[in-house]
Design a protein. Sequence first.
Length: 94
Amino acid sequence: MKNKDFLERKKILRQMQDSDALWYEENYASISKKWGKGYLAVKNKQVLGKYKDFSTAYQETIKNEEDGSFIIQKCNGKKKFYIEKFYINVISLS
């Protein structure tokens, strides 16, 4: 992949991540009620799964999703909004 293509892809993925983070923030109350406490993998405004810790969330999600195409959010399981953003950087070795 050429450097220009890589940078464009990284920009697109970051926009997707930001969009998912905003969706998570805006829908936190219903997400928290449905999913409870844990680390949630989010892509395309959908929760892909809930995991006990960040490492497990990443390792399990990367099995089926492209690195950098999803975010992982810590959900405290309470109605009060709380957010920690974890961004996965895209690295290309080609």
